[in-house]
Design a protein around this ligand. Structure first.
Ligand code: GLC
Length: 745
């Protein structure tokens, strides 16, 4: 039985439906408890539940000085705190809340985005693994560690589709594709919530940022988002629905406006779609200060107006907006807000606290003994290394320079990231003082035998123009048999409020590569960062290139595993890498237009540039292996299907190389003629397949009506009869098998 089916069985036996967030009709035991408690609450206590503050020690947004928060907690005026962590500290703060009249426990939230104590690769890096089990494992370990440290609620997964690498938060999501992003949303919610809320090793997931935050104009964080309803539904909403269908406990809205209305005050998003059409029963927390920021948006007159607009639109909890607590009571008294809206929000919040078992025992997650046992274990580090190896993408490997053979006795590690530990954790990691983050150099030390001598030279800094270290770096290279370069961004050059207009590898690092290259030594370049970067010279001239993202606690060991071939790299890009910023936004599933440019080349009177091809440097779905795979023998079960029939697609995959390894086989479809233009191709399925050298396997895909459907001119989700083109390959720009079939009435 597959893991997924096992989890479903466990959940159903445990009475916790997979769709806990879409309500059954009859009130259950928790409903009754919620109603009983609600009936006792004063309006002020109700509003208190809708109020969330940060602890001052770990601010993840602009801090508002607030000395009264600890007293307000005792007075029952706070429903949740974020950025409190640790069994001891959460217990202490919870004790304050239990001094309130009704002793309603606090929810403790934290951004456990890619690991709690043991850090995993940044989410965009994990997405490059295309390995749903590995991604679920990462979230499971993170959830377990966080729950053991008093955390009830992680503000993850971030499921924002992003097509613009200038936006620093691409590092936090699953890239540009809706299908891949939806599958990963399922996996991450499964991982964080485990066997369901109430289990001591489960934390509440929080799907964010609802919605379309990743489409910020010009890739500038917090910027305006404006798009058609069709694009919203086709590209940006599906991962949220996938997370909801997986039982995600909570949602977080977003900073951006959508079609002129800030998400936090957007009834269409939060009430019509999320709580209406999708019947979502959990609660929505605002993003940090996003309620009060509606004043700056020009959507609210003042914080009181913002509070009215936000609660009316379906924002249930005000994170650090300092707008609900001071205003909602008056708004109800002035009949500008119906108390029924307050009651609805508070019901949703209280329900989660009951489901988490906090009324039975408010301290159940704050157990210092369990904390010591659970976090930073060797098993958790082993899991991190496993996921990290799978996230690395081999972009180039001329003459099979990799894997490194033991004949290389002297290896030079050159570049500003060669010995960096801190950067390996990436943005959105929970910072620890003494955390063990394995650098590339240390990973090579751990792996290379006694007979290998490691040399090192920093060469230059990450982001300045000094070339003073070049000469020494060249000298170091000259003494070596092979050079491994480590270049890229610092951990805080991608992430929130880290948009970059120039996404070239920063500083003079590529010049350093050029200088080292003049030695004629074989050069392997490891590029580290939180987003697609531009490095055209390196792409053309380096012998081998690995993109390693930020790999977390076991980074150096995972990189060494791949460099030495202990693990055959199988990562594939979840996002397009452009040649120039001027091409952005550039994504694989674009429309044909009326004047498509053949092969993306610059062509008169065609949709192309005079100075750059339309083609990316590296395409969505691209990634190499140390072995080769052959795709053959494509068969379709039928030449045509009706809307209620399935089409079975099979082909043979063979490992024709000398290394065992995994291939990510990708199925793309095109609807070439439709009542609304369709993309030239769309990812509709994929499988990650492990084969030994010489081994073959028949791969099977099933195509159903769902995979052929889109929103027609009336926004009805439908599949239109006609021809469909089928493409199978190992990258969106490397299609190896093609065929077509008909959908008939
Ligand atoms: C931040 C982020 C959000 C995060 C929250 C709490 O501003 O936008 O993703 O969960 O505030 O840290």
């Amino acid at each position: 039985m597959s893991t997924r089916n096992l989890i479903i069985l466990l959940l159903l036996c445990g009475g916790t439906s997979l769709h806990a967030q879409q309500k059954s009709s009859k009130p259950d035991a928790i409903d009754q408890k919620v109603e009983a408690l609600l009936a006792k609450m004063t309006l002020e206590e109700k509003v208190g539940q809708m109020n969330q503050y940060t602890s001052d020690r770990l601010a993840t947004g602009p801090l508002t000085p607030n000395s009264s928060k600890w007293q307000e907690i005792k007075d029952g005026k706070v429903g949740s705190l974020l950025n409190v962590r640790g069994a001891k500290e959460t217990r202490e703060v919870q004790a304050l809340a239990l001094q309130s009249r009704l002793k309603i426990p606090l929810l403790f939230g934290l951004d456990v985005i890619h690991g709690y104590r043991v850090t995993f690769p940044i989410p965009l890096g994990e997405a490059a693994s295309w390995d749903l089990k590995a991604i679920e494992l990462s979230a499971r370990v993170a959830g377990r560690e966080a729950a053991a440290s008093g955390i009830h609620w992680t503000f993850a997964p971030m499921v924002d589709i992003a097509r613009d690498p200038r936006w620093g938060r691409v590092m936090e999501g699953a890239g540009e594709d809706t299908y891949l992003g939806s599958q990963i949303a399922h996996a991450r919610v499964r991982g964080f919530q485990g066997k369901g809320l109430g289990n001591l090793d489960a934390v509440m997931a929080c799907v964010k940022h609802f919605a379309a935050y990743g489409a910020a104009l010009a890739g500038r964080d917090y910027n305006t988002v404006d798009m058609s309803e069709r694009q919203l539904w086709e590209v940006y909403l599906p991962p949220f629905k996938a997370a909801l269908d997986e039982g995600a406990a909570t949602f977080m809205n977003s900073f951006n406006e959508l079609d002129g209305i800030p998400a936090t005050g957007n009834k269409h998003l939060q009430r019509d779609i999320l709580k209406g059409k999708w019947n979502y029963q959990g609660f929505v927390v605002s993003d940090w200060g996003s309620v009060s920021e509606m004043v700056a948006h020009g959507f609210a007159k003042d914080r009181k107006d913002a509070a009215r607009l936000a609660v009316t639109a379906g924002s249930d909890m005000d994170m650090e907006g300092h707008s609900y607590l001071p205003n909602l009571i008056q708004l109800v008294q002035e009949k500008k807000v119906d108390v029924a809206l307050i009651d609805d929000a508070v019901r949703r919040i209280l329900r989660k606290k009951f489901e988490m078992g906090l009324f039975d025992d408010p301290y159940r997650f704050s157990d210092e003994k369990r904390e010591v046992k659970e976090i930073n274990s060797e098993a958790n580090r082993k899991a991190s290394r496993e996921v990290a190896r799978k996230s690395i993408v081999l972009l180039k490997n001329d003459n099979q320079l990799l894997p490194l053979s033991d004949k290389y006795r002297k290896i030079a590690v050159i570049g500003p990231l060669g010995k960096s530990n801190a950067d390996m954790q990436g943005f959105w990691s929970v910072k620890w003082d003494n955390d063990r983050l394995v650098s590339l150099y240390e990973g090579l030390q751990n792996r290379s035998g006694k007979q290998t001598e490691l040399l090192y030279s920093k060469g230059c800094n990450i982001n300045d123009t000094s070339r003073a270290g070049f000469a020494e770096a060249v000298k170091t290279a000259q003494q070596a048999d092979v050079v491994i370069m480590a270049v890229g961004e610092t951990l805080d050059m991608s992430g929130e409020a880290k948009s970059r207009a120039n996404i070239h590898i920063p500083g003079v690092q590529e010049e350093l590569i050029k200088a080292v290259q003049t030695t004629g030594k074989p050069v392997v370049v490891l590029v580290m960062g939180g987003r697609p970067l531009i490095f055209n010279w390196t792409a053309e001239h380096a012998n081998a290139i690995l993109f390693t993202w930020w790999l977390g606690s076991e980074a150096g060991n995972a990189m060494a595993d791949v460099l030495y071939g202990d693990y055959n790299p199988a990562g594939h890009l979840p996002m397009t890498f452009p040649r120039e910023e001027g091409q952005i936004p550039l994504f694989y599933n674009e429309k044909s237009t009326g004047r498509p440019a053949p092969d993306g080349k610059s062509t008169p009177y065609r949709s192309s540039y005079l100075d750059v091809s339309n083609n990316p440097r590296y395409a969505f779905g691209y990634g190499l292996s140390y072995t080769n795979f052959d795709f053959s023998d494509l068969k379709l079960s039928k030449a045509s299907i009706t809307a209620n029939e399935n089409l079975t697609v099979t082909f043979t995959l063979k490992n024709t190389g000398n290394y065992a390894g995994e291939e990510v086989v990708q199925l793309y479809l095109q609807d070439p003629v439709a009542s609304v233009t369709r993309p030239i191709k769309e990812l509709k399925d994929f499988q990650k397949v492990y084969l030994k050298p010489g081994e073959s396997k028949t791969i099977t895909f099933t195509i159903d009506k769902e995979k052929l459907s889109f929103y027609d001119q009336q926004m009805n989700w439908t599949a239109e009869p006609g021809e469909f083109r089928l493409m199978i390959g190992n990258s969106s720009d490397h299609i190896l098998l093609k065929d077509k079939f008909e959908l008939v009435d």
